[in-house]
Ligand binder design. Structure first.
Ligand SMILES: *Cc1c(COP(=O)(O)O)cnc(C)c1O
Length: 232
């Protein structure tokens, strides 16, 4: 695990990357949030993020995150960015401020009842497989309207936007196309459903510039902030 001062240096580098990417396409850098991804790193990684002033961190497994949340002596919003199995939905509602990986009606139904039972409104993003990658979770673009329509009828669910993960490909144009697909889908859904979908969570360490260029409002960054992941 890196030191806090190394983490701060890494933050400055990532913030600079975001700033340059935003400015080169005429966007205000402040419209792009950085979500530090602390998965596979010890609790200290989240502690560093807290100390540096971040308000939220991303985790991809319910079990790993719950253990950290229970042990943390600081307050952060924890966001789930990894695939969620329906048998863990209740646990996810109890632990996460926002769930970015909602991709089926079945999961929405279970999250809605778990949120009702917990007396909360669960904030979510809908995960879309905007790069048509057979290896990725996420709803197909063509199924997204029906999924959003269903989500908007769930009284204990609040849909704040869309999330995608670009296909793993050395050609960054593949990522750009995926991100553009997500933004276009968002624009269409927003209009057709008259429901604001302000958050576009897209871009990671390797492709954040492409994501910012296509309209990302949140980039999820692990490696560039914390180094290679410590445990599997
Ligand atoms: C791990 C992960 C990230 C961060 O990836 P890096 O390449 O390490 O920045 C972002 N999003 C999701 C969904 C992840 O699982």
């Amino acid at each position: 695990m890196i030191s806090y001062s190394e983490f701060c240096d890494n933050c400055a580098r990532v913030e600079e990357r975001v700033r340059k990417a935003a400015e080169s396409c005429g966007r205000n850098p402040e419209t792009v949030k950085i979500l530090p991804v602390t998965k596979n790193h010890p609790l200290d990684a989240a502690g560093f993020a807290f100390r540096r002033g971040f308000k939220s961190v991303g985790e991809n497994r319910v079990q790993e995150a719950s253990e950290k949340i229970a042990a943390a002596d600081f307050r952060l919003d924890w966001e789930l960015i990894g695939h969620l199995q329906s048998n863990k939905a209740k646990h996810a509602v109890a632990n996460f401020s926002r769930i970015q990986s909602v991709d089926t009606q079945k999961l929405l139904k279970i999250l809605d009842s778990a949120a009702a039972a917990a007396g909360k409104v669960q904030r979510i993003l809908l995960q879309v497989n905007a790069g048509n990658d057979p290896a990725k979770f996420g709803a197909d673009i063509s199924d997204a309207p029906e999924l959003l329509g269903f989500a908007l009828k769930c009284p204990h669910i609040s849909v704040e936007g869309l999330m995608t993960i670009a296909p793993l490909d050395s050609d960054l144009d593949v990522a750009s196309e995926c991100f553009a697909n997500l933004r276009n889908l968002r624009d269409i859904l927003q209009k057709d459903f008259s429901h604001p979908l302000p958050e576009l969570s897209m871009g990671m360490t390797g492709d954040l510039e492409r994501a910012v260029a296509e309209g990302a409002t949140m980039v999820r960054i692990g490696t560039a902030l914390f180094g290679e992941r410590v445990y599997a």
